[in-house]
Design a protein around this ligand. Sequence first.
Ligand code: MG
Length: 260
Amino acid sequence: MQALTARRAPPALLMALALLGPCGSRAADTPAALPAPELTEDWTPVRVVTPGPTPGAAPSDAIVLFDGQDLSAWQSANGGPPLWKLDQGELLLVPKTGDLHSKAVFGDAQIHLEFRFPEVPAHITGQQRSNSGLFIQGLYELQILDSYGSSTYSNGQLGAVYKQHAPLVNPARPPLQWQSYDIVFTAPRFDAAGKLLAPARMTVLLNGVLVQNNVELKGPTVYRGQPVYAAHGPGPLVLQDHGNEGIRFRNIWIRPLSAR
Ligand code: MG
């Protein structure tokens, strides 16, 4: 190398030697006792998924629960037809009609949804400010609440696992702007006798910003007191009717997760 540079080797050759770097010299330096690098290469094919054409759009293997066309993936809490409205390609919460349940049930999953709050008068504060929520498996609430300039308890604002984990930061957007949740949910594990083996876990990005980092859930969401796990299987996604109007949703999809 020194001899070559002293003779001012052609730039292309210097570039090639630089690129070789440690790899290029490894063969000569590596003791024969070390295992071949190929022994740690995994060639099992990886399933191909086509990503959505724009950020937040459903990838090719997602189950699309709402794409602006219809509410066919949803039902009321009692199993009847959905009572929320399809309005201009958006899902409009209709207060006092009850929660909206996905017909399908899920375990571990990646979830995406977008929501928009109406403008409400300044005197409406705290938990009354466009309250909804996403109950994963119908049990674990990720809060949906207008928290731009939050006026409520931290573990009850947007981005909170309700009453369990306050968000790491508050990246809320103002009313009338679309916001997004991207969630990785790991369902709790129970043994055959119903004993908890592993609690549920959640990672959440709100508007692309990490707000929950693989947090451990203490149990199903409760308003009063401490949560307690009880064995359960897969459950629906449930959007909460907290009695507040003008909350809109769009672009809801889910990818059930399984081992590769
Ligand atoms: Mg709520």
